[in-house]
Design a protein around this ligand. Structure first.
Ligand SMILES: NC(=[NH2+])NCCC[C@H](N)C(=O)O
Ligand SMILES: [Mn+2]
Ligand SMILES: [Mn+2]
Length: 323
């Protein structure tokens, strides 16, 4: 049976802005800033053109060398428990401004970088599509607050900052995030399996919808994706949708080059199916692909596997279907 070619009903034409976010300051490991470069070298732009997309590249971080700054940055700023708030604040604000002001009617494709960059991409997207639903694919909930974080790494916190949780304790550099730009009932997780105790409490107290690996096994990936779409769409069949995709959601035997691997993840097919099914709704307007870290590979095969998985996530989201 042939699947209909996905369409993108909110876009005027099949045109994509590829926002490069080569940033690693949201966590401690170097190399994740090279994710965009590797994915482009692997032919991502051409792959999109072959799927019928007009492409253009945006580089919000071009004028600053964040890697150099990261070397010299003090691990913790005096005002906050979280690390490198100054760098993360500055980088995500630039990504935000690009996503808010420079995408027009294009599809917004942001390539990380660590997951802290989603503060910029999601806040920016929600300025253009205030009702958009966010489907967050990840082994982690990334909803720690300044108070709950154990690692101090801001890539473990973007969701809480977007929701305005624990706002009194934000590092000053992250005060730019529009207050409560993301509503607690407009996000749904798939793939969770490593959630900190403080995060579990936040998820429960705020009634945030989450499908862990248990739910994927219990209901099957098809039902889980359906429930996720329904939850964030709130009965609107034309609700714009965004996927924020952390490649560590996938089973690490296929995706080894990522900074916080967790075993027992989604199979590649489950991981791709999520994107294909959401694309089929015609409501997709944006995607993040984050946490591809080519430097963590011990051999070329491992690196290639991870890059290929990242590129395949993009293609499945942007119209590649099995006919
Ligand atoms: N985007 C990620 N890979 N996040 C991992 C977060 C891990 C842990 N929960 C922390 O807050 O440090
Ligand atoms: Mn993760
Ligand atoms: Mn993540």
């Amino acid at each position: 049976m042939a699947t209909a070619q996905p369409h993108y009903k909110h876009l005027k034409e099949k045109s994509v802005s590829i926002v490069l976010a080569p940033f690693s300051g949201g966590q401690g490991k170097g190399g994740v800033e090279n994710g965009p470069d590797y994915m482009l070298k692997h032919g991502l732009e051409k792959q999109l053109q072959e799927l019928g997309w007009k492409t253009s590249i945006k580089e919000p971080l071009k004028d600053t060398n964040y890697e150099e700054l990261k070397q010299t940055a003090t691990e913790k700023s005096a005002t906050s428990k979280t690390k490198r708030g100054d760098l993360v604040g500055e980088a995500t604000k630039k990504i935000y401004n690009t996503c808010k002001n420079e995408i027009g009617d294009d599809f917004q494709l942001t390539i990380g970088g660590d997951h802290s960059i989603a503060m910029g991409s999601i806040a920016g997207l929600l300025q253009r599509y205030p009702d958009a639903g966010i489907i967050w694919i990840d082994a982690h909930a990334d909803i720690n607050t300044v108070t709950t974080t154990e690692s101090g790494n801001l890539h473990g916190c973007p969701v809480s900052f977007l929701m305005g949780l624990d706002k009194e304790n934000y590092p000053p550099e992250l005060q730019w995030i529009p207050n409560q730009v993301l509503k607690t009932d407009k996000i749904c997780y798939i793939g969770l399996r490593d959630v900190d105790a403080g995060e579990k409490k936040i998820l429960q107290e705020n009634n945030i919808k989450a499908f862990s690996m248990y739910h994927v096994d219990r209901f099957g990936i098809n039902s889980v994706v359906e429930m996720a779409i329904d939850h964030v769409s709130k009965g609107n069949k034309d609700c714009p949708l965004m996927i924020s995709y952390d490649v560590d959601a996938l089973e690490p035997s296929y995706v080894k080059c990522t900074g916080t691997m967790v075993k027992n993840g989604l199979t590649l097919r489950e991981g791709f199916f999520i994107c294909e099914r959401i694309a089929e709704t015609g409501n997709l307007v944006a995607l993040d692909v984050v946490e591809v870290n080519p430097e963590l590979g011990t051999n070329d095969m491992d690196i290639l596997d991870t890059i290929m998985a990242g590129c395949a996530v993009v293609r499945c989201t942007m119209g590649e279907t099995l006919l």
